[in-house]
Write a protein that binds this ligand. Sequence first.
Ligand code: GRF
Length: 230
Amino acid sequence: MRRVAPNSQWRSGEPNARSGTGLLYNPAMALTRLGILISGTGSNMKSIVAACEAGEVPAEVAIVISNRTDAKGVAWAAEHGLETAVLSHKDFANRETHDLAIVDRLRAAGVDWVCLAGYMRLLSAAIVDAYPNRILNIHPALLPSFPGLHGQQQAFEYGVKVSGCTVHLVDLELDHGPIVVQRTVPVHSEDDEDRLAARILIEEHIAYPEALRSLLTRSWSLGGRRVVFS
Ligand code: GRF
């Protein structure tokens, strides 16, 4: 079992005015550097940026990378003063060379942890092995149910009464790695897929910062598939 030390720049103290959790950030210490990978709107990216800026997550966003030139989130990130890069997969011969180029950019930006936030590409070993147990993904369903595309729609059509979202560590299988945080939402009789997806997205924006905060501030270990916080 591998143990991971808590991030040392946080200490117990006065309750944080925003979160009331009793953790304080010491700005004199180095922050964990995040690389965020997106393909679209980037609302989860924005929730991570906001949580970092509010001091709720002891990290800073070092770079935002998109595989799509038209990703709205990239424009937002650039306007927000963040470093951005667009590496279109269409410009590379295969998945591995594309991923290797992404790793080069992540390393050049000094990234410690990678957050997939609506990144619509499978990762090859080129990235997963470069950041072992340091890549997170968010999926809009309660894994292991409804992995893959359109998790909200899959759950709705299946007729579940509860759905939600999952933040998990990334391995080589799609939507598969150890689970860090799950948040649930009810499915109402009058729902349609869009209403359910909107309800889940609200929870996604809480779950991603919550997962990062836990992983960066608490001791944790991996026991098989289980992420165990102590
Ligand atoms: C989210 O529903 C996320 O769970 C999924 O893709 C969507 C991305 O949304 N992986 P956004 O780009 O973060 O707004």
